[in-house]
Structures are given as structure tokens and as C-alpha cells.
Design a protein around this ligand. Structure first.
Ligand SMILES: Nc1ncnc2c1ncn2[C@@H]1O[C@H](COP(=O)(O)OP(=O)(O)OP(=O)(O)O)[C@@H](O)[C@H]1O
Length: 324
């Protein structure tokens, strides 16, 4: 478990983290989100004592990381996967770490199996692919069987198999009762992995709540309605002040009315409905909306011919958004 209380970090004139308080609880995956430069890495480094807070404190299982007798058993961190690339084999690298921390060698074999590096464990880790390096970084993080794991951008640059593997691993680690804290830029991935979110912008807390509550803070994207009585549906929606746009598969996207209002109006007029679904915003849409004022390095549209415009438009609706 991680508890940050009034955490602050100043580099010269730059306030990287402002009075940040949040809790990462055991048994769930907590996603750590924020635009570039918002202070995620700085915060994670403070958790494991790699950066000293200017003010406030961060506790792991009730005490500072430095006060733990067996730090590798309190927090296992993957902060920079490249940092574990070495001239040694993966096995020797983990064995050296284990020896330093008083961890039995049998645990080295366990974590090598756990991350699926068995076949290459005796090869020089410096020659590893990004995905293999990531697995070795995770093996290092898990070596001490820690109660808390913390991963900074663990799926960066990985192929779909690697991403799926890390997603399942994080969920399994949480199911085992560990606190799992993970940062990522990939919103669709976070939506599939995290149950809870800590969201920051310019070093300040924007949200510390469930993914569901975070998404519920923004307006739904409309209501999908399907009816065999299309004409009557159109009339009743228009009469109630809503607008309809036909969907490719025969349904309607209704704006300006809630699902309840449409359902009630249809019931009064005896119009059958085969579908009535509120379309929630995706995590990405909610994130864009709620962090809009907190983007450190904003790209501005230049308007020049052929110039890419960096401000994102609303993404197309996906089945995932409908079902969330
Ligand atoms: N050692 C340092 N010295 C000076 N400024 C720093 C240092 N480390 C980070 N910063 C600044 O603090 C702010 C937060 O940086 P940090 O790397 O924590 O953000 P981040 O959310 O992890 O960003 P990203 O998503 O791009 O990795 C940035 O403005 C960064 O430039």
C-alpha cells in the first residue's frame, strides 16, 4: 500500500509535484495517469526514495521506503526497463540482486519462470529485445515477493502479445492481494487493466477515484436506440426536443435526451424499443476533457496547409465504449 501525503517536489524554480495526496490500495490495479511532464515519474521515484520530497511524505505499508528492513519485499519497481540491460546474463543479474538482498537463489528460478524468460535466462541480457528487457525488469521487481509493485510505462514499445501478458500479470498480482501502481499513456490499455485511477496534471491531483466514477464525471456521448417502429420513434424523440442520427446498423444515435426520457416517452406512446443504451465516454475522452487545462506541452494547430493538427478530435465510438 502506498500513501502519499502532501507530497511536493521542487527542482530549482520548477514545482514538479504540488501537495499531492493519494492512496494506492492492495488488491486492485491503480492506474497513474497524467499528460507528459505532469510529475508521474517524479512521484514514483519519491515512493522508492530515488528523489527526496521537498515537503510531505510518501509511506509504503505505513513507513517510508528507507525504513523497510527488506526494501525489495516492500516495493518492487520497474521505473526504467533499459536500466537492467547488462553484460551479464539475466540469471546472473537476478542472482546478484538476490544475493545482495539476502533472497534465496530458488526465488531467481521462480521469477524467471513467472516472466517466461526460462529459455534465454543464460544469455547476455544486453542483447535482449525490448520485450525481453521488460520481462527481466519485471522479474527484478518481483524478486523480493513485494507487497506493492510499481511500474512506470511497462507496455511502452511492446507488441500486442507483450501488452496482453503485462495486463494479465498486473491483474494477477492485484488478485494475490498486492497493491499495483502503474503509469501508462495508453488509455485504452488502462481502461482494460485498472480499476482505480490517480490522475495528475501539472503535478496536482485531478482525480483519485474508480475508473467508473472518473468516466461518469463527463457527459455521456448520446443514447443508442433501436426500434422496429422507426417513424414513431423519430416523432417522439423530436417532439421531446432530441435529435436523431441514423447509425450504420439500423439503430439511432439520439442526442439531447436521457435514456430514461426516451424510454418513458416510448412507453407512453406504446412504441417498442429493442435497444436503449447510454453511450458513456471512453476513458480517453474523459481524460482529455478533465485534464484539458493541465497539459504542460500543448501542441497548437498551425493551420498551415498539410500541417498536422495535434489537438485530438473525439475518437470514433467503439463497441468497448458502449459496453463499459
Ligand atoms: N531532475 C530534474 N531536474 C529538473 N526538472 C525535472 C527533473 N525531473 C523532472 N523534472 C521536471 O519535472 C516535471 C515532471 O517530470 P516527470 O518526468 O515527473 O513527468 P512525467 O509525468 O513522468 O512525464 P512523462 O509522461 O513525459 O514521462 C517536468 O516538467 C520535468 O521537466
Amino acid at each position: 500500500m502506498i500513501e502519499a501525503v502532501g507530497l511536493r517536489k521542487v527542482y530549482g524554480k520548477k514545482v514538479a509535484v504540488h501537495d499531492l495526496s493519494f492512496t494506492v490500495r492492495p488488491g486492485i490495479v491503480t492506474g497513474f495517469l497524467g499528460p507528459n511532464g505532469s510529475g508521474k515519474s517524479t512521484t514514483m521515484r519519491m515512493v522508492v526514495g530515488l528523489d527526496r520530497p521537498t515537503a510531505g511524505q510518501v509511506l509504503v505499508d505505513g513507513k517510508p521506503f528507507s525504513a523497510h528492513r527488506a526494501p525489495l519485499s516492500s516495493v518492487g519497481a520497474l521505473l526504467d526497463a533499459k536500466a537492467v540491460h547488462t553484460g551479464r546474463s539475466a540469471y546472473r543479474h537476478l542472482q546478484a540482486m538476490a544475493a545482495t538482498a539476502g533472497i534465496p537463489t530458488s526465488r531467481v528460478d521462480e521469477v524467471i519462470d513467472l516472466v517466461g524468460l526460462g529459455e534465454v535466462a543464460r544469455k547476455r541480457a544486453g542483447g535482449f529485445s525490448l520485450g525481453m528487457g521488460q520481462r527481466l525488469g519485471i522479474a527484478s521487481a518481483l524478486l523480493g515477493d513485494p507487497s506493492t509493485v510499481m511500474f512506470d510505462e511497462p507496455v511502452n514499445g511492446l507488441d500486442p502479445d507483450g501488452i496482453l501478458w503485462i495486463r494479465n500479470l498486473m491483474k494477477d498480482l492485484a488478485r494475490e492481494g498486492r497493491a499495483v501502481f502503474v503509469s501508462s499513456h495508453l488509455m485504452s490499455e488502462m481502461a482494460l487493466t485498472a480499476e482505480h485511477l490517480v490522475v495528475i496534471g501539472r503535478g496536482r491531483l485531478i482525480a483519485d477515484e474508480s475508473v467508473r466514477d472518473f468516466i461518469a464525471r463527463v457527459q455521456p456521448r448520446g443514447v443508442t436506440v433501436r426500434s422496429p417502429q422507426a417513424e414513431q420513434l423519430r416523432e417522439l424523440v423530436t417532439a421531446a426536443g432530441g435529435t436523431l442520427t441514423p447509425l450504420e446498423d439500423g439503430g439511432w444515435d439520439v442526442r439531447g435526451l436521457s435514456a430514461e426520457a426516451i424510454g418513458d416517452a416510448a412507453a407512453v406512446r406504446g412504441v417498442a424499443l429493442h435497444e436503449l443504451t447510454t453511450v458513456k465516454a471512453s476513458l480517453e475522452e474523459a481524460f482529455m476533457e478533465l485534464t484539458a487545462g493541465a497539459v504542460e506541452y500543448q501542441a497548437h494547430p498551425t493551420g498551415g496547409p498539410g500541417e498536422p493538427v495535434a489537438v485530438p478530435g473525439p475518437p470514433a465510438r467503439t463497441p468497448q465504449e458502449v459496453s463499459r
